[in-house]
Design a protein around this ligand. Structure first.
Ligand code: GLY
Length: 352
């Protein structure tokens, strides 16, 4: 088992190991002293798989447990479902001293986390990620949100959890597509850390041991500690994501986040190689690892359509766009470019 301690506006542990679901109650009791009720919120995919084990463990630790779920999928990450969660809290007289447990992948963690951030101005939150992507990325660092028709994650809050519990057994039985999605985010961490990248070349996609998961979380932990509120260094975690978010938007979210990130990483690596910022060899290694994981490497939209989608992002400020460039494996930089130059980067990355 690995424990990574996160230092942000709230300090907490991320514990990673096999069999942790069955002991989550004791761990949660220790992390949120004084809580009487635990609200387990999940989705229709995860509820039949893991809700009972989590609930049983919480009951054994002395909690009164409430549980509910919503329809699985990105299209559920709505203001309306968020409000439904809040109504569930009020109807069940959840108090600020209780604890909310977000059990599931990124959509569950984001939306339930945002409900916890807002309910009575903040109730304690425990994240139990059950997908690779949530384990290495969305459950850690306190970003919570819902989508609006105008774009993804447009309403949200930074709300750090009190504990993150990743039971690696839940990652062994993921559908291939969900596992591949997680590989894309893991490769992103590898591009940020050269030693990790070399390890990934030997282990992905078949083996993702605990220490690789832990290394990804450590990288995120260090970046979040330096820039919790995403004003500078934290943008590094968005490597490959500007093009990825644009492609997701153009696909009306039929493209998975991991596939889009894979394409975005390849596009940025190729553009950086074309500009002489990184070597052709580094860009080729990134692309080869993405291919090895069965992930796509080419953005299926024109540079113009992608740039328009990226520039219409309602969170974007002014006439500049932050992009994350690859100078070498393990050396990436946040740069502000003129928004009007972005299509050129996409063309150099291979978009028509
Ligand atoms: N997933 C990017 C971040 O947490 O900043």
């Amino acid at each position: 088992m690995k424990t990574i301690h996160v230092t942000a506006s709230r300090e907490y542990d991320v514990v990673i190991g096999a069999g942790l679901l069955d002991e989550c109650g004791q761990r949660i009791a220790a992390a949120v002293p004084g809580a009487e009720k635990a609200v387990v919120y999940t989705d229709t995919t995860v509820f039949p798989l893991y809700a009972k084990r989590v609930t049983d463990s919480l009951k054994a630790a002395g909690f009164t447990v409430l549980q509910d779920y919503f329809l699985a999928g990105e299209h559920s990450k709505t203001f309306r479902n968020w409000e439904r969660i809040l109504r569930f809290f009020t109807e069940n007289r959840v108090s600020r001293s209780d604890v909310v447990v977000a059990l599931g992948g990124g959509v569950v963690g984001d939306m339930v986390g945002f409900a916890a951030a807002c309910y009575q101005r903040g109730v304690r939150l425990v994240q139990i990620p059950t997908t690779l992507l949530a384990a290495v990325d969305s459950s850690v660092g306190g970003k919570t949100a819902v989508d609006l028709p105008a774009g993804k994650n447009l309403i949200g809050a930074f709300w750090q959890p009190s504990l993150v519990i990743c039971d690696t057994d839940t990652l062994q039985t993921l559908p291939d597509a969900v596992r591949r999605d997680g590989c894309a985010e893991i490769i992103k961490y590898g591009v940020l850390d050269a030693a990790l990248f070399s390890r990934l070349e030997n282990s992905l996609p078949d083996e993702i041991p605990e220490d690789i998961l832990a290394r990804c979380v450590e990288i995120k932990r260090d970046i979040v500690a330096a820039d919790e509120f995403d004003t500078g260094a934290r943008h590094l975690l968005n490597l490959g994501h500007t093009a990825a978010h644009a492609a997701e938007l153009l696909s009306d979210y039929s493209l998975s986040h991991g596939s889009a990130v894979a394409m975005g990483l390849c596009s940025m690596a190729r553009a950086c190689a074309a500009r002489g910022l990184c070597t052709e060899e580094d860009a080729a290694r990134i692309e080869a690892l993405i291919k090895k994981c069965g992930l796509p490497t080419e953005l299926p939209y024109t540079a113009e359509a992608l740039a328009n989608a990226a520039l219409s992002d309602k969170k974007r400020a002014g006439s500049t766009l932050p992009i994350i460039t690859v100078e070498a494996l393990g050396r990436c930089t946040v740069r502000k470019i003129a928004a009007s130059d972005y299509a050129g980067w996409l063309r150099q990355g291979g978009a028509k």
